[in-house]
Design a protein around this ligand. Structure first.
Ligand SMILES: NC(=O)c1ccc[n+]([C@@H]2O[C@H](COP(=O)([O-])OP(=O)(O)OC[C@H]3O[C@@H](n4cnc5c(N)ncnc54)[C@H](O)[C@@H]3O)[C@@H](O)[C@H]2O)c1
Length: 262
């Protein structure tokens, strides 16, 4: 997965999947710009620098078109043009029944999760087109095809990303650019580790793999999609969920219904 000579921009890299992705991309040889609205992103950069990687930290809010444009310009000044964009920054801001959702908070989730990707795409695509090479990975969720109970804003924003990513493929595959969506199930990030135990256990019980995903597993998938070898994977939705999205009702035999896999 050699990414030597490439410059990657990872948003939402102060923690979680974004930080793990920045590390894996750097280990694959890329120069990596780590971006976040949280200044803790400096710590991600510092720890990668201490391992000898070429890294820059940029702080901006992806929901702001001007912020995203200025952030990408800053990356260009420090590390060069962006070859690989990982649009990962995302929020869950509003958990409520649909009929009680507040318009403003619905809009915030759409602005960050979907608008953020749109702003970054507008900022990086022209140069990728000029250079005839680009790799874009947007981080969606299994909530996109499946919906998410009491999280309509989040689910809708993640579903919107699928349409956005596929349109990039339609418009820019001929320019040597790929754009793919990664759909994680529940991944053991710092935030997920802090969830109530009953939610975690229910998620694990409903997952054929009987465990949560690891951040590094998602990061390695992203790094592959960013590589030359993945050049013909374009406009894809790739689930990484241990089988969570499958029909997990075991109706095959009485023994399966009783919970045994033997
Ligand atoms: N963890 C999971 O189980 C899971 C499952 C499916 C999808 N995802 C998606 O993967 C991505 C990463 O998830 P995570 O669990 O690592 O999240 P996280 O909450 O741990 O980290 C998200 C990062 O994004 C940053 N961020 C949020 N809003 C921003 C903004 N407006 N501008 C710039 N930065 C901003 C945060 O400061 C944070 O550092 C998200 O898009 C999330 O929706 C996560």
């Amino acid at each position: 997965m050699g990414l030597e000579g490439r410059t990657a921009l990872v948003t939402g890299a102060a923690r979680g999947i974004g930080r793990a992705t920045a590390r894996v991309l750097a280990e694959a040889g890329a120069r990596v710009a780590v971006a976040d609205r949280d200044v803790a992103v400096e710590e991600t950069a510092e720890s990668l620098r201490s391992q000898g990687h070429e890294v820059a930290a940029v702080t901006f809010d992806v929901a702001s078109p001007d912020g995203a444009r200025a952030g990408v310009s800053r990356v260009r000044e420090v590390l060069g043009d962006v070859d690989v964009l990982v649009s990962n920054a995302g929020i869950v801001d509003h958990i409520a029944p649909l009929v009680r959702m507040q318009r403003e908070r619905w809009a915030t989730e759409l602005d960050v999760n979907l608008g953020g990707a749109f702003h970054l795409l507008q900022a990086v695509l022209p140069v990728m087109v000029e250079r005839r090479w680009g790799r874009i990975v947007v981080i969606s969720s299994v909530a996109a095809p499946g919906g998410l109970y009491r999280q309509a804003g989040y689910a809708a924003s993640k579903a919107g990303l699928l349409g956005l990513a596929k349109t990039v493929t339609l418009e820019h595959a001929r320019d040597g650019i790929t754009c793919n969506a990664v759909l994680p199930g529940l991944i053991e990030t710092e935030t997920v580790a802090a969830m109530p135990e009953e939610i975690r256990s229910a998620a694990i019980a409903g997952t054929p793999a009987r465990r949560l995903g690891r951040m590094e597993e998602v990061a390695k998938l992203i790094a592959f999609l960013a590589s030359d070898g993945a050049g013909y994977i374009n406009g894809a939705e790739i689930r990484i969920d241990g089988g969570f999205s499958l029909n997990t009702a075991a109706l095959g035999s009485r023994r399966e219904v009783r919970g045994s896999s033997q």
